[in-house]
Write a protein that binds this ligand. Structure first.
Ligand SMILES: Cc1cc2nc3c(=O)[nH]c(=O)nc-3n(C[C@H](O)[C@H](O)[C@H](O)COP(=O)(O)OP(=O)(O)OC[C@H]3O[C@@H](n4cnc5c(N)ncnc54)[C@H](O)[C@@H]3O)c2cc1C
Length: 347
């Protein structure tokens, strides 16, 4: 899980606030559709790690789309990247994809920069599966904030009969009134009743702000799409952090003895009950992977093979993964006197 320097091959301005950054080929950076890179940089002595989804299809050059967030440290800095610059990156990770099949109707819903993994998925499935089709709902504030407009137009011309793109613009009026305004529950219902054949959707992929994702998930389920067919990728969480139950309830509990297995080695450590698995590992100089530290990405995913932990936030793991013992290290606090945690699980 080591960082490696990637050399910037090209930077393309997508909108006033967003760039696409391509990198030179690098060993160990093969990727699947929907995966992301974790980039890191030192800002005046503080290391910042941020995840950026790959917008390319497997086999194409590694490329990410970065939209500047108001006051955002990394995304603002990245706007000035230039060919020849190097950026440190962790190899691609993420499970925002399904196994290849054909004759599938994919519904893709993106808002703003949420288009990056969605574009990768659209390109991949349309190329790979000649009988599959894609409906893309893409919400933006205005025409001039649409990322990858040219790529989307090209894709539409290439796959005229198998790709439908509906742009929903909050501010700019469009010919069809339904396509203007906020993509909220009412608009989704109207789209599902008129423009999108929701009863034929086999797999849905949703990427955007937390509120929108919850609404899309809810409306899809209400229209009969099974929960396990709805895949979501969250870029940022609006929820404030919660105190772990363990820290509140068992302040007097004795420390936990933990074994952390990583990179083929087993480290024996002692940790406090109000310390996350990630913090305990880092405090003991164990090179555990992480990025967002907010339960949003899955970079710190590991598996509890003995003992119990409490995961206080989870915006990244599916229910079936949690049932199998997978947790997010940054959000997991020990509940038992002993825990054994395995990081070498493959992503
Ligand atoms: C798995 C994953 C994939 C991601 N892929 C992409 C991608 O492809 N393209 C992309 O542009 N971003 C992506 N992000 C978001 C990205 O990692 C950063 O969170 C974002 O660029 C902001 O980082 P920053 O250092 O600039 O802002 P910070 O300095 O961390 O934050 C500045 C302020 O902006 C707010 N903020 C942080 N992130 C967001 C956000 N996404 N939207 C709105 N407000 C925010 C914060 O609350 C804070 O107030 C992804 C995140 C995850 C977890």
């Amino acid at each position: 899980m080591k960082f490696q320097p990637l050399t910037v091959a090209a930077v393309e301005r997508l909108t006033r606030d967003a760039v696409a950054v391509s990198f030179d080929e690098a060993p160990g950076f093969d990727f699947r559709e929907g995966q992301y890179l974790t980039l890191r940089r030192d800002f005046d002595g503080t290391e910042i790690r941020r995840s950026y989804s790959i917008c390319a299809a497997p086999g194409e050059p590694l490329r990410v789309g970065i939209k500047r967030v108001e006051g955002g440290a990394f995304s603002s800095w990245a706007q000035d990247l230039a060919p020849g610059d190097t950026v440190e990156a962790m190899p691609p990770m993420g499970r925002f994809q399904t196994e290849p099949r054909d004759d599938t109707h994919y519904l893709l819903v993106a808002a703003g920069s949420g288009i990056t993994p969605i574009l990768s998925i659209a390109r991949t499935v349309l190329d790979r599966e000649p009988r599959s089709r894609v409906t893309l709902l893409y919400a933006n504030r205005a025409v001039n904030t649409i990322m990858f407009q040219t790529e989307l137009d090209d894709l539409k011309s290439r796959f005229l009969t198998r790709l439908a793109v509906v742009h929903i613009l909050k501010q700019d009026a469009q010919d069809i009134p339904l396509f203007t305004g906020r993509l909220d529950a009412g608009k989704l219902d109207a789209l599902f009743e008129t423009w999108v054949q929701v009863d034929t959707v086999d797999e849905a992929f949703v990427c955007g702000p937390e509120g929108l994702m919850q609404t899309v998930r809810e409306r899809l389920e209400a229209h009969g799409v099974a929960k396990d067919r709805i895949h979501v990728e969250l870029f940022a969480s609006a929820q404030p952090g919660r105190l772990p139950q363990s820290a509140r309830k068992t302040a007097t509990a004795k420390p936990t003895s933990a074994t952390i297995r990583i990179d083929g080695a087993a480290h024996e450590i002692t940790m406090e009950r109000d310390q996350s698995l990630l913090d305990a590992a880092l405090e003991n100089a164990i090179d555990a992977p992480y990025a967002c530290r907010a339960g949003v990405c899955s970079t710190c995913m590991c598996r509890v093979v003995e003992g119990e932990v409490e995961m206080v936030q989870n915006h990244a793991l599916e229910d079936y993964e949690v049932e199998r013992g997978y947790v997010l290290g940054c959000q997991s606090y020990p509940l038992t006197d002993r825990v054994v945690v395995e990081y070498d699980i493959g992503h």
